[in-house]
Each structure stands twice: as structure tokens, then as C-alpha cells.
Write a protein of this length. Structure first.
Length: 364
């Protein structure tokens, strides 16, 4: 039986609480080992702070503005459905959901039957609901993926990369909110899971929905876009059918075992090297080391996404599916593609009078 994740243990939750708040006091009373490192991280400059080397007077208003907009939409994630229910077969609703989501901007859509382990055990990121057990679980999950622009991501870890990150969160939230509103109008419950307001970890759900594989960097590796994506979800009681899961992703983790590019290029050494831990069936990623880079640099980094051969389009999926030695194929690809396709120049519309864009990656 798969173990549930407690949202209170996630880095985003731990960094969201005010020092001295009820959430803060409760969590560190039960997890005193995490308090020293978390307090140290809190003391670092905030993301987007003028104290960080990537601060941009043109990019940061976009980043902060969109994150603020997304937060203002949180009351829309769970709204009562219409009292009039439209009856259709699961086959019809499945086709409708996939078609509607795609029409509303989704690049990839998958559906899975939600099991208890897909949801967090307790909420933690928002102080007003801290510690609430997650119950009344909806039976179906619609996983929505929207691609990001790799040309912007290759500017990681500078501010234009984070501009693209927030655009990704915005795009995927708009699609999810629009789809959920449509489902409710058909008379069914629909709960949106978007930036800052999730009831489930999205990557495992996306993997189980057949949209990709778990990569060494802890992100979803899709066939079409690699890890250069953002994810949201809509859970619902609308009767649906699961997405069929092919075998195309079966060798991705073995490929990652032989590649190591993301771990080699990670500024914080947060991504483990070496082969997959077969006992745990994943790599042990250090969220603390990763987040330290974010606070020191001032952005959400993105180097692991940029350096990934799947993002760079360097992987021949037909060859990957056919090879009996994915690790050796990965080593071949890692030698042939760019280890770090870094572009330090912002797009013209983000160039201003200050020389922020010349921030040196070597200094970061």
C-alpha cells in the first residue's frame, strides 16, 4: 500500500508559515530536527528580493503580479455545482472532458481513478487550514499539462526563466478553472488544484494518469516536452474512464540513471547522482538544498529543466523504446547535447535601463 504524503512536510508549506504562528509552533514541536535548517532558510533574502543577484525591475512586477492574481483565484477552486445534473455515459463524458480541456489550452490531458494515496493526508501550506485531514475525496482526477517555452527556461536561473514559470502556472490554472466551471455547470462536483492550493502532489498523479515518468530531478518527464511543463488537476465525481497507459515511459528512469546531467548541473547539488534506488523506486531529492539556491539566487532556478536532454529534444523516443540498454543510450545522448544551454540575454521587452540582465551565472 502506497504511503500518503503529508503536505505539512513539503518545503513550500514549511516556508509559508509565519514565525511564531500556531502552524509554526505545532510543526516544529513535532519535528524539531527540521527547525534549524528551516529557520536558516527563512533568514535568506526572499524570492525576487532586490538583495538577490537576479532582481529585475521589469521582470519582478510580472512575477509578483501573476502570483498575486493566482492567489486571488483560490476562492474559485471549490464551488457548488448546478443542481441540475446532465446524465451521459462515462465514455461520452471522458471524450467531452479531454476535448474541452484541450480546447481550453491543455497540451496534455490524462484521467485516473483517484485512490486515497493520491491525496495528501493533511493540509499544510495555508495556515488557515493547517492540519486539516483531507476527506470527502472525489473519485476521478483530470490531470492537465501545459508546456513552457524552453527558450525562456534556458535563461535559468535568471529572472526571465521565472517569468515563464509564472506564465506556466497562470496558463494551467486558467485551463483547470475553466474546465471545472464547465463540469459544475453539468451538475457535478469539481475541485481545482492549482498554484498554492493543492490537495494532492501532482507529479505522481500525472505519472499514474499515463502522462509521463518520474525523472531524476523529481519532475514529470513527458514525451512531448520533457520536464518543461506545469501541471494542474481537477478532481470530480463526474463518471469518467481512465486513460490507457502505454509502455513508452517504462525506460525513462533507466535513462535517467545513465544520464546525470541534471544532477551534475544543479547549483545546489540537490539532485542525487548514480543509479535509481531500487528499494525506494525513486531518487532522494533534497528540497532543502534546492530551496537554498532559490533564496540565494532570487528565482526558482530551473537549471535542471533546462539541462535535461528531454527538454532539449535530444532523445529519440523510438530508439529509447527499442533499446535494451537505456543507461548506455543516455550516456551517448548526454555527450552529444548541450550540458547547459544557458542564454544570459533577456528578451528585448525585458531589457531596461539597468544592467540587471548581465548578472553573471558564475557569480550565482
Amino acid at each position: 500500500m502506497k504511503k500518503k504524503v503529508d503536505e505539512r512536510d513539503t518545503m513550500f508549506a514549511r516556508m509559508a508559515w509565519s514565525v511564531g504562528s500556531a502552524a509554526y509552533e505545532d510543526y516544529y514541536a513535532r519535528n524539531p530536527d527540521k527547525k534549524p535548517i528551516d529557520d536558516e532558510l527563512r533568514a535568506l533574502p526572499g524570492l525576487g528580493s532586490q538583495e538577490t543577484p537576479t532582481y529585475s525591475p521589469l521582470a519582478n512586477p510580472i512575477i509578483d503580479g501573476i502570483f498575486g492574481l493566482l492567489a486571488s483565484w483560490h476562492p474559485l477552486v471549490d464551488v457548488e455545482p448546478s443542481p441540475i445534473k446532465i446524465e451521459q455515459s462515462p465514455e461520452t463524458w471522458t471524450k467531452w472532458v479531454k476535448g474541452t480541456a484541450t480546447y481550453l489550452g491543455a497540451d496534455l490531458v490524462g484521467i485516473l481513478a483517484m485512490k486515497p494515496h493520491h491525496y495528501y493526508s493533511h493540509r499544510g501550506r495555508r495556515e488557515e487550514v493547517y492540519g486539516e485531514k483531507i476527506s470527502n475525496l472525489l473519485p476521478w482526477g483530470i490531470i492537465i499539462v501545459r508546456a513552457m517555452d524552453p527558450h525562456m527556461i534556458h535563461r535559468a536561473p535568471l529572472a526571465p526563466q521565472t517569468v515563464e514559470t509564472v506564465r506556466g502556472y497562470l496558463n494551467v490554472a486558467v485551463t483547470a478553472l475553466s474546465l471545472a466551471s464547465s463540469i459544475r455547470q453539468a451538475g457535478y462536483r469539481a475541485r481545482v488544484h492549482m498554484d498554492g492550493n493543492y490537495l494532492l502532489p501532482l507529479v505522481p498523479a500525472a505519472v499514474d494518469a499515463g502522462l509521463g515518468a518520474l525523472g531524476r530531478n523529481g519532475l514529470l518527464i513527458t514525451k512531448e516536452f520533457g520536464p518543461c511543463v506545469r501541471i494542474s488537476a481537477v478532481t470530480t465525481d463526474m463518471p469518467l474512464l481512465e486513460t490507457s497507459k502505454g509502455t513508452i515511459f517504462d525506460k525513462v528512469q533507466r535513462f535517467c540513471s545513465g544520464c546525470n546531467l541534471c544532477s551534475a548541473m544543479c547549483p545546489g547539488k540537490a539532485i542525487p547522482t548514480g543509479p535509481l534506488d531500487k528499494m525506494k523506486d525513486n531518487w532522494i531529492f533534497s528540497s532543502e538544498k534546492c530551496y537554498r539556491v532559490w533564496r540565494n539566487v532570487g528565482t526558482d532556478c530551473g537549471v535542471c529543466i533546462s539541462s535535461c536532454p528531454f527538454t532539449q529534444g535530444a532523445v529519440d523516443w523510438t530508439k529509447l523504446a527499442e533499446t535494451e540498454a537505456p543507461e548506455e543510450y543516455a550516456q551517448e545522448i548526454a555527450l552529444s547535447c548541450q550540458k547547459r544551454p544557458f542564454n544570459p540575454d533577456p528578451p528585448e521587452w525585458l531589457k531596461g535601463e539597468r544592467a540587471w540582465q548581465t548578472a553573471s551565472y558564475q557569480k550565482i
